[in-house]
Design a protein around this ligand. Structure first.
Ligand code: TXA
Ligand code: MG
Length: 350
């Protein structure tokens, strides 16, 4: 199958809508990451999503709609959900609600709840409005790769497996949406994202954050969300996070880089703009300013993909405090690093 990459003109949006109505797959931009969409009410179309990604059938999908009114058709919309919709939607928030019989169980992997979201990206909204369907869409990467934040990433991963990708440029948030479980007595964040715990607490009296967000699942521990059970993306090289005072972090990394250089190994450092001068002689990638953690979130996946494309064997990354969008950034970084964190202050004190 030939995969077309189109700018999101009116004609391209209409073509996407026609394909979706005909049970085909479309790659499309959202404010978080690119999605791989199909008609959520068409079982065969949904199955083809799992096939194209190589995704395990027991990992459920998010259903995207243009308008909150469409949600009543697919799930039980609670008062809390209505409050969150009026405050944060359209936007990077996914809510777990009890599903209705209209949603085929292949979408939810047999679970009684369904994940729903109203994206804010104008191209996603135009496409959803044009097809007038709820669209099931996971991130448009092949399983085991980072979520795509450009149309080119989608093409790199899925060329030949879908007829059309809409090119909406770089995604603004760059990390997947916040997944909030509204079926538990206290709303619980299963996956942190652009809508932070702090933001949710401005309208909800209480929010829980699943405590496995910054640590690996323990032996025998049950994942709250099927997605947390799977091995997450990790770069092909070895990635270590380094925490501590910026000078100590840089010194530790420089020492490791010298050892690596002696063995002929290339090193790349993900560093904040303010710290770049500390890394003379080592290759750095700027992930934005410490003052603007959202920029680090936006660039993380593209930076990791690039490191793979460049076959970098050793990667080091500076870290952020795990608050605000920093929680989502650290959640993805921890997983990509297999939770390997070096303590530069402890090292310096030795
Ligand atoms: O930002 C996003 O959410 C992107 C864009 C395309 O909207 N989508 C995305 O989908 O990240 P995906 O499939 O890559 O991640 C969905 C996550 C998975 O971890 C899945 O296990 C979880 O949501 N999930 C979906 N339905 C669920 C359910 N009923 N119960 C628990 N977890 C669920
Ligand atoms: Mg995904």
């Amino acid at each position: 199958m030939e995969t077309k990459l189109l700018m999101p003109t009116e004609a391209a949006i209409q073509e996407a809508a026609r394909l979706l109505q005909a049970g085909q797959l479309v790659g499309f931009p959202t404010e978080t990451v690119y999605g791989l969409g199909a008609n959520a009410l068409n079982e065969d179309a949904v199955r083809s999503i799992f096939a194209a990604k190589g995704r395990p059938a027991d990992n459920p999908l998010i259903v995207h709609v243009a308008d909150p009114a469409q949600l009543d058709h697919i799930c039980e919309v609670t008062d809390t959900a209505r409050l969150l919709i009026s405050t944060f939607c359209p936007g990077p928030l996914t809510m777990l609600l009890m599903k209705k019989g209209t949603v085929p169980s292949v979408v939810t992997a047999g679970l009684p709840s369904v994940a729903v979201r109203i994206p804010s990206h104008p191209v996603a909204r135009d496409m959803l409005a044009a097809c007038q369907l709820p669209i099931a869409a996971p991130s448009a990467n092949t399983s085991g790769k980072p979520s795509p934040t450009t149309a080119q990433h989608v093409l790199d991963d899925l060329r030949g497996r879908l007829p059309l990708i809409l090119d909406g440029g770089e995604c603004q948030v760059g990390l997947e949406s916040t997944v909030l479980d509204l079926t538990s007595p206290i709303p619980t964040i299963l996956r942190p994202g652009g809508i932070t715990p702090e933001m949710l607490l401005t309208v909800l009296p209480e929010v829980k954050v699943a405590d496995s967000i910054l640590r690996p699942l323990m032996d025998g521990e049950k994942a709250l969300s099927p997605g947390m059970r799977y091995k997450h993306y990790a770069p092909s090289g070895t990635l270590s996070m380094v925490k501590g005072k910026p000078e100590n972090v840089a010194n530790l990394i420089l020492a490791r880089a010298r050892e690596a250089a002696a063995k002929g190994q290339a090193v790349r450092v993900l560093a904040f703009e303010e710290h770049l001068p500390l890394y003379e002689g080592v290759e750095t990638v700027c992930i934005g300013s410490v003052e603007n953690p959202a920029s680090a979130a936006q660039r993380l996946f593209a930076t990791l993909r690039q490191a793979d494309d460049d076959h970098i064997p050793l990667l080091f990354s500076e870290v952020l405090p795990a608050s605000g969008i920093g929680l989502a950034f650290m959640n993805r970084l921890c997983r990509a690093a297999g939770f390997t964190e070096l303590d530069a202050d402890a090292e310096a004190a030795k």
